[in-house]
Design a protein around this ligand. Structure first.
Ligand code: BDP
Length: 744
């Protein structure tokens, strides 16, 4: 086992007799590439799981049991189906939807997979195979319709073959300035993505290369689109707004200049000649040094519409990122707040965008931290479709050297009730278009897979990619259920294997939060720019508008005052009920406390943070509602500073326990993957201690408040960072003594 097959291993389930009636013939009524891919997948999957060599036929004949694939039209047109398979009436389905039905016809056993489109057929075939691979009792009639139109991944791949914030080797798409000659990995990746319902992919970095829109590059990109097409995945490109000037040679890229408008029109037409199913553009502008409309005194509205207009005629969309902020905010200005930026920059334009503009909003207002509140922009755009952006790649979450199962965080976000107009309005209903009646919407996950055989480096990280797709398809699924699906398919249907794996994964996000930045601290990663190891001094301010405002000494405190009353006013961007909850110290949940408020070091917590325990628990993640206790009564007498200390010990202890849990599955799974995970978990356990001590030592010095339990400051037995096993690292001097171990 190498991990290359990800969750599509199709290992035989423990109880083949359960599926003994599964037909060996596949009848494919249509010829679309997605339907061909569906039939091939069934041949592979059934062949591996149930034995026998399934074959695909173009039509029914009299006495066969078959799995029938087709759209309603194809079924109605098929004479053989009309003649030989009575009892199945095609139903109307939405384009990407499918229906899987078991039909008994005299002595015949058939399964009908009807798709609302060829793509729906493909999704249905994958689902049937997944049920078998998960050893489920097969339901006899199931219809599934995806919750949203935008189910995309973004890859931050550069044309030179590097991947920004990618942790699994070079790009699968590019090498040395060109699209790779061999795109077989892209084909395999498309298959994985389609198996969880992903329908779009932006293949190049949001910090887009200026060559992207050159004619010869577009021809190369068309080859990627060809590799994705059989799996129903449309390709999009990240574009730089200065392209009309830099690529087109115009004197300006002002989005309302008629020459610029004409340039985009011609460019879009050129793209569609090469790539007829091109999905559209992803745009990062006026953000972290990227050029944008601001330079000409224009707005995101002007820019987004300039690109959307020509795409509209071809069925393309613009995903304009809401990640627009000034990265030179003055740290000393107590009212300056990067978290405010999304709302401040986009609110005025709500309702004015063309219908094919979708605002791509990061789930939190800062930048993929271990815990952030939901971006208030999500509740603000009522007349504009939105797609919520999350990071599958673990930039701030241990970079696939730590096991962090992120779906519980995404579900916590999706479940958050924004209380728009004092009505129930969970994020999942807003982004799928239900709350504000939008035709478009959905989720975008920054995936950043690489050439490493197992795609993401950590075998466990694949659970995030899998669960992202499942949640984009159906955001009401629980992180427990998507994890269970993934674990059974990736590891085993044996409870002695999947139970510990699921327990570890479910505990991992919270453990990571504890040994890095609890209570809404976030952003304590290093200032070297890698965002990997501890960098507690960023609590002081790091010049990118990410700070937690630690004030040293016994009269100081910690946290960012974002209240309306005395702070940056950020909290006022939420709908009133939610704003009131965050504004008051009595009701603000502990896990967001320091994101919302500045409090003394010895401020007493409410006690609703699940990390408020001195005993670590390796079992059971906090549930989404743990932090939603509305009760005003304080149940804890623990201070903020003591909680920070204790949480770091608890989190590191949980990480250490992962190693023992993993060792319990040793004899039950294949050796290569066992060893790979084992080495990573040992690394994580040791690195968690380094995190724990770096943060705690820094806070002890900064606050001047000693640890009541007397642990902080003692590092006996700890392994130092520079001696941890691992490849791809090099040692550098670190100036903050708490962060460094031995100055390195
Ligand atoms: C930040 C990453 C940076 C990205 C940026 C973005 O550190 O590499 O370019 O997000 O989303 O988190 O544009």
């Amino acid at each position: 086992e190498t991990g290359a097959q990800a969750w599509l291993r199709y290992a035989p389930p423990p109880d083949p007799p359960r599926y003994r009636d599964m037909p060996h013939e596949i009848v494919r009524l249509g010829h679309a590439p997605e339907e061909q891919a569906a039939a091939e997948e069934l041949e592979t999957g059934l062949g591996r799981m149930i034995a026998g060599a399934p074959e695909t036929l173009p039509a029914f004949h009299r006495d066969i049991d078959a799995i029938v694939l087709g759209t309603a039209d194809e079924m109605r047109r098929s004479e053989s189906m009309q003649r030989h398979l009575h009892g199945y009436q095609p139903v109307p389905l939405a384009p990407d939807a499918f229906r899987i039905t078991h039909v008994r016809n005299r002595a015949r056993q058939c399964w009908v997979i009807q798709g609302g489109s060829p793509r729906g057929v493909l999704y249905g075939a994958f689902r049937l195979l997944q049920w078998i691979a998960q050893d489920r009792q097969l339901p006899t009639d199931t219809t599934e319709t995806p919750a949203s139109t935008i189910r995309w991944v973004d890859e931050w791949d550069n044309l030179d073959g590097s991947v920004e914030r990618g942790y699994a080797g070079p790009s699968i798409f590019f090498d040395h300035g060109h699209v790779r000659g061999d795109l077989s990995r892209v084909h395999d990746y498309a298959r994985m993505l389609a198996s969880v319902g992903i329908n779009g992919i932006t293949v190049n970095n949001v910090n887009s290369d200026l060559r992207t829109l050159q004619p010869e590059m577009l021809e190369e990109f068309a080859r990627i689109a060809d590799s994705l097409r059989p799996y129903g995945i449309r390709m999009a490109l990240s574009v730089d707004l200065s392209s009309p000037q830099v690529v087109g040679g115009l004197p300006t890229f002002d989005p309302v200049d008629p020459r610029v408008i004409a340039w985009w029109q011609a460019k879009v037409d050129e793209i569609y000649k090469l790539i007829p199913d091109f999905a559209g553009f992803t745009v990062k502008a006026d953000s972290e040094g990227r050029p944008g409309p601001h330079q000409y005194g224009r707005s995101p509205l002007d820019a987004a519409n300039a690109l959307a207009k020509p795409l509209q005629a071809h069925g393309g969309v613009v995903l304009y990122r809401g990640f627009v902020y000034n990265n030179h905010l003055d740290f000393h200005d107590l009212k300056a707040d990067r978290a405010r930026a999304g709302y401040d920059n986009f609110r005025a334009y709500d309702g004015k965008f063309l219908p094919n503009v979708i605002i791509q909003v990061k789930h939190g207002p800062i930048d993929f931290q271990v815990r952030e509140p939901v971006s208030p922009l999500i509740a603000t755009l009522r007349h504009t479709p939105q797609a919520m952006e999350v990071q599958i790649t673990q930039e701030y979450l241990g970079q696939q050297r730590h096991m962090v199962y992120i779906a519980p965080m995404w579900s916590w976000v999706l479940d958050t009730d924004m209380r728009v107009d004092n009505q129930p309005s969970p994020v999942r209903d807003i982004i799928t278009g239900k709350t504000f009646y939008q035709a478009q919407g959905g989720m975008v996950g920054v995936a950043n897979v690489g050439m490493e055989t197992n795609w993401l480096h950590h075998p466990m990280a694949l659970a995030n990619l899998y669960s992202f797709g499942r949640l984009a398809w159906n955001p009401t699924l629980t992180p427990e259920s998507t994890l269970d699906e993934w674990t059974r398919m990736t590891w085993s249907n044996d409870g002695r294997v999947y139970e510990p794996i699921e327990q570890m994964n479910l505990a991992s996000w919270h453990a990571y939060e504890q040994y890095t930045g609890p209570l809404g601290l976030g952003t304590l990663t290093d200032i070297l720019g890698t965002h990997f190891g501890p960098g507690p001094e960023s609590a002081d301010g790091n010049g990118w508008g990410q700070w937690i405002r630690a004030v040293p000494g016994p009269h100081g405190g910690i946290g960012m005052d974002r209240t309306v009353a005395t702070g940056t006013g950020y909290i006022g961007q939420y709908p009133p009920e939610l704003a009131a909850k965050y504004e008051s110290l009595k009701t603000c949940p502990d896990d967001l406390l320091l994101f919302m408020h500045h409090v003394p070091w010895t401020y007493k917590l409410r006690g609703d943070d699940p990390g408020d325990k001195t005993t670590p628990s390796a079992k059971g993640a906090p549930t989404a509602n743990d932090a939603d206790d509305e009760s005003e009564a304080k149940t804890s007498t623990k201070t903020v500073i003591q909680h920070i200390y204790d949480a770091h010990y608890a989190g590191a202890a949980t990480a250490a326990a992962f190693v023992d849990q993993w060792e319990s599955v040793k004899s039950l799974i294949d050796e290569p993957r066992y060893n790979e995970v084992h080495a990573l978990l040992v690394f994580q356990a040791r690195h968690a201690e380094i995190w724990r001590d770096a943060i705690n030592d820094w806070f002890a010095r900064e606050s001047g408040v000693p640890d009541a339990l007397g642990f902080v400051g003692h590092h006996t037995g700890r392994e130092e960072a520079e001696s941890l096993p691992g490849t791809g690292f090099h040692t550098v001097d670190v100036s903050s003594w708490e962060t460094a171990s031995g100055g390195k």
